[in-house]
Design a protein around this ligand. Structure first.
Ligand code: AGP
Length: 614
């Protein structure tokens, strides 16, 4: 996600644009920039880092002008850098554009433009778009609005764009498909934002552009909206905004955590987009391909992480050993860094971190590199320390995760690790093409199946109400869902402050079963594949001791349902992919219990989103 802001009116644009960007930093914060219309020229100030870095840079220069566009970036194409920051200017210097989204066919457009003599100064798809619009404008000899419309009919992907022509700074053109864009209607001024937070104090009247619409904005004039494809005029619906700043940033959810739980279908899709290619029956991961020989010849993989990221490493241990037949060890960063481990030259270390800044994981990486290991990073924040410290890596594309309790980053990590396990299995010739394709095809429909699980939220909320006053809880799972039991317990602990423990279900008889009584809720992750019959027995063991069982089952379950107190269904899927579905009800269960207990879900006591100290 990125944030875009635009202004055209009778005020100085710069402070409005910068304050607007600061309100949108939750959408991305690896770099930012503004473009200001100044005496027939375009002044562009852009910097890597938080908005305040760009602001300082710009304030040292000329920030006049009452037309401007601005952007805060969450890198997709091209590392965070000054060059890749938006806005982007066309080759002629006439057009300047900011963009939130992904242009899927940017490479073919770039090749076409290069053939026409266009040059590029960044790695972004956005710079291709602004030059393609310029190319169309020159070819058609038309004004900006028509050039934007014609160009976008040839673009594949998602976008929310703001663009203006330095020769006509009295007009900003905006367009939307797949990414949000809202127009603020002031008196003799117009605003643009990815949401309404950039202009809420100036006006409460807003137009939410719909997909496939574009608009021309002038300071005084009416907003003229048209369909991009058909050029048919559209009568705008003007909304009187009621929400406050914070609720808009949360997209109408009460907490960022819930917003991020519901972003998971999109986050998983964005994480495998361009990498998982079911039509071609293949997976393309550049970071992996670059080190294919290293992985092919690896004797062992050591995964190191902390917290929830450590749980995704545990899921990966099952998948890597199952599909790639590579021995895997999973280490807490904090333990690995100090225990003087034996690391051999054919070992590969995979470090997993949402923030890319966790001190213990970072220290473990440095120790592993010093021992001569190749270190592969899986991070969610482009340009983070860990992403720069590792030899290679793969980003999750979950977008900024604000809630302290990790949700969409976890399922995105598991998505990357699942693709890696499949690809390494193929590289090492460890399993049949038909099995490989079956897994790829099933992974490609997981976002839809996550949406199905999310439909159970009311049912889960009711169950939560029955157990919100519990003092303890146990979470049980087997095989690839044992780490999910750990993750569910961590979620409950960290946001509701209820003590919870995760166990391999078979471990119950080695001690924990002594804890079971009528006050102990026991969550059992029991999908219909992998150890199902044993889990049916585990549920009966708990019930025989009066425990209360909340079971996560595959829809249509016929056995667990006979003894569990509550069942929450997930759609049928392949065993290896069940963690991406079974974790969702556990996230929701912890969320609702925490809310019912009056906890600050997004900012739990004693916790920080990124633990950058020991
Ligand atoms: C998970 O919900 C917690 N917020 C915490 O355990 C977190 O996973 C851990 O601190 C690791 O953070 P990282 O992924 O940013 O390295």
């Amino acid at each position: 996600m990125c944030g875009i802001v635009g202004y055209i009116g009778d005020r100085k644009a710069f402070p409005i644009l910068v304050n607007g960007l600061k309100r949108l930093e939750y959408r991305g914060y690896d770099s930012s920039g503004v473009a200001l219309a100044q005496d027939g020229e375009i002044a562009v100030y852009k910097k890597q880092g938080m908005v305040v870095a760009m602001e300082e840079h710009a304030l040292a220069n000329n920030t006049s002008g009452s037309t401007g566009i601005a952007h805060t970036r969450w890198a997709t194409h091209g590392q965070p850098s000054d060059e890749n920051a938006h806005p982007h200017v066309s080759n002629s210097g006439n057009l300047v554009l900011v963009h939130n989204g992904i242009i899927e066919n940017y490479q073919s457009l770039k090749d076409l433009l290069k053939g026409k003599g266009y040059t590029f100064h960044s790695e972004t798809d956005t710079e291709v778009l602004v030059n393609f619009i310029e190319y169309v404008q020159k070819e058609e000899g038309c004004k900006l609005r028509k050039a934007v419309r014609l160009a976008l009919t040839q673009v594949i992907g998602a976008y929310a764009v703001c663009i203006y022509d330095k020769n006509r700074p009295e007009e900003i053109v905006v367009a939307k498909l797949g990414s949000p864009l809202v127009i603020g209607l002031g008196v003799n001024e117009k605003f643009v934002g990815s949401d309404a937070t950039p202009f809420l104090e100036y006006t409460k009247d807003a137009i939410y552009l719909e997909d496939g619409e574009m608009a021309c904005l002038t300071a005084e004039g009416e907003v003229s909206i048209r369909m991009i494809e058909s050029d048919v005029s559209v009568d705008p619906t003007i909304h009187a905004l009621q929400m406050d700043l914070e609720s808009i940033e949360k997209g109408g959810y009460d907490y960022f955590m819930m917003k991020e739980i519901y972003e998971q279908p999109r986050a998983i899709y964005d994480t495998f987009r361009g990498r998982l290619l079911p039509e071609q029956g293949m997976i393309k991961m550049s970071g992996l391909e670059e080190y294919a020989d290293k992985f092919r010849n690896a004797d062992r993989i050591i995964m190191t992480a902390c917290g929830t990221s450590w749980h995704s490493a545990l899921v990966a241990e099952y998948l890597f050993e199952e599909f790639a037949r590579i021995p895997v060890e999973v280490e807490y960063g904090s333990e690995f860094r100090y225990r003087n481990p034996i690391i051999r030259k054919n070992d590969i270390v995979i470090a997993i971190s949402q923030s890319g800044e966790t001190a213990d994981t970072l220290a473990a990486i440095k120790m592993a590199k010093a021992a001569g290991a190749m270190v592969f990073g899986i991070c969610n924040v482009p340009g983070s320390t860990i992403s720069r410290e590792t030899h290679a890596g793969a980003y999750t594309h979950a977008g900024p995760e604000i809630g302290v309790a990790s949700t969409k980053a976890f399922t995105s990590q598991v998505t990357v690790l699942t693709m890696m396990a499949l690809e390494l299995g193929k590289i090492r010739g460890e399993f049949s093409t038909s099995e490989y394709r079956a897994l790829i095809n099933e992974l490609s429909v997981i976002p839809k199946k996550v949406e199905k699980v999310l439909e159970s939220k009311e049912h889960i909320e009711k169950i939560s109400g029955l157990y919100k006053d519990a003092s303890n809880a146990l979470y049980l799972g087997r095989g690839v869902n044992f780490p999910i039991a750990l993750e569910g317990a961590l979620k409950l602990k960290e946001i509701s402050y209820i003590h919870a423990e995760g166990y391999p279900a078979a471990e119950m008889k080695h001690g924990p079963i002594a804890l079971i009584d009528e006050n102990m809720p026991v969550v059992v992750v029991a999908p219909n594949n992998g150890h199902y019959e044993k889990l049916v027995s585990n549920v009966q063991e708990v019930k025989a001791r009066e425990g209360k069982v909340i079971a996560i089952v595959t829809e249509g379950d016929t056995e667990v349902i006979n003894s569990a107190d509550h069942v929450i269904e997930i759609p049928e899927t392949l065993e290896a992919l069940t963690p991406l579905l079974t974790v969702i009800p556990l996230q929701l269960l912890s969320y609702y219990i925490a809310v019912m207990r009056g906890c600050d879900v997004d900012r739990p006591r004693n916790l920080a989103k990124s633990v950058t100290v020991e």
